[in-house]
Design a protein around this ligand. Structure first.
Ligand code: ZN
Length: 221
């Protein structure tokens, strides 16, 4: 039997403040849309490259949902026939091949003691200049990110794509692989405006903080 706990109602009652709940990718996108890199966009796609891949599409600030109200999990579009099993039951899901987890694992063989902090960009930048193997891994990673983006840009046609998450800060290191994967014939153009998030890790918290007020505004119209 499925038991649904009324979390929002309980929190609202106990805390006596407005409470709203939503998917982590959606609230991060709302943060960037209202306060960060996506301000003024008509159709903003946000892709978070972390331990998995989160995707949210906002149309005039409203998140795209499935017919049943759920959040579409676009990290599970297949991008390769690589025999990499995903927990969703498919092989070659974008999330398995383009999350930070994939990059971390691929680099671990070359740089066993690589730490993921504010110095990673600098360290990897030096390593990739010195080691063709590291440069190759980063290029391959960019291609993997680009393959999934290619599908989503084709379907959604956003005016801006905001990349966030720990792997987004490394974008300059795999930009060439990403560009290669997005290249199409001349005249077949996709909007390739892809920028890094402006709010960093704070996007989710800021977007979540805006959520009750946004729901309020929408219901009053
Ligand atoms: Zn999957």
């Amino acid at each position: 039997m499925l038991f649904l706990f009324p979390l929002v109602a309980q929190l609202r009652e106990k805390l006596a403040i407005p409470v709203a709940i939503d998917n982590d990718a959606v609230v991060a996108a709302l943060g960037e849309y209202h306060l960060g890199a996506g301000r003024g966009s008509k159709r903003m796609m946000m892709v978070t490259l972390g331990t998995g891949i989160g995707v949210a599409l906002l149309m005039d600030g409203e998140p795209l949902r499935s017919a049943d109200g759920r959040h579409p999990e676009a990290g599970h579009i297949p991008i390769a026939s690589d025999p990499v099993n995903c927990y969703c039951g498919l092989q070659g899901c974008w999330e398995m091949l383009a999350s930070r987890g994939w990059l971390q694992q691929a680099l671990a063989r070359q740089i066993p003691d690589l730490a993921w902090d504010s110095h990673t960009l600098g360290v990897l930048s030096e390593m990739s200049a010195a080691s063709p193997r590291v440069a190759e891994i980063l290029y391959h990673y960019g291609q993997n990110v680009g393959r999934g983006l290619n599908t989503l840009l084709t379907l959604y046609g956003p005016d801006i794509t905001v990349l966030s998450g720990s792997a987004a800060t490394l974008l300059p290191l795999y930009q060439s692989g990403l560009d290669a994967a997005l290249n199409r014939a001349e005249g077949y153009s996709l909007n390739r405006l892809i920028v890094q998030a402006a709010l960093g890790d704070a996007a989710g918290a800021l977007g979540a903080a805006l959520l009750p007020a946004l729901r309020e505004t929408r219901h009053s119209h």
